[in-house]
Design a protein around this ligand. Sequence first.
Ligand code: GUN
Length: 283
Amino acid sequence: MTAQLIDGNALSRQLRADVSARVTALKAKGITPGLAVVLVGDNPASQVYVRNKVKACEDTGMHSVLERWPATLSEAELLARVDALNHDKTIHGILVQLPLPAHIDAQKVIEAISPAKDVDGFHIASAGALMTGMPGFWPCTPYGCMKMLESIGYELKGKHAVVIGRSNIVGKPMALMLLQQNATVTICHSATKDLKALTLQADVIVAAVGKRNVLTVDMVKPGAVVLDVGMNRNDEGKLCGDVDFDGVKEIAGWITPVPGGVGPMTITMLMVNTLESAERLVS
Ligand code: GUN
């Protein structure tokens, strides 16, 4: 193995310790940061995610509320809950877990969240703020990727970054964050003609497709930094990313593992966003 690992668990521990200290300082001023997590239905993966989010709040000293609603909840009822949380002074961040049942328009629900409490960074006001370089919440997964690059002291200016995937949650915001740090950014997607020709030019590759082996060793320039956002299962049912880790680790300069890479960073940045939402009340 030539690549060095970027350990998302270790970096998360460091960042969460800082969050805990800032939570304590804020509590001394009479404010306890609070996160509301709203889960509709009983999607098994979502249940695990929301449990982990609530636990992270407990671990960092934040207040949290978990609202669980049956899959039969109407869109109007969910919008009414979001409105109530928008006005709840004990809540600084609102997260409606996705996916929502098919009869609910997820975008409409996201737009109902006050941008001041949009700690997921999914509201169009948050997306617009990121695009224009204005203050606002950044989506947690690409934000976590940026923290990982920062943790290894990586200078993005003038580097070529290739993002594979163009989702609103990861690919597009990731590209904007890299651009803000003066990287030259290429976004690749399912209609990209010659993915390998592009990734071979990349100093940084972010794989965010949701499919195994999207990036293999023959597609990576020696020494490149490889961030793997994927969360898939292999044939044996083991968790794996979008990157062929065993192959790519022999050529990359830095690589994130799955599990233990980008995954824990997503929840950590949710804690950071919720804390910063509360801190804005006193600054
Ligand atoms: N479902 C999967 N990931 C996420 C996330 O980061 N936020 C929300 N709200 N739902 C998700």
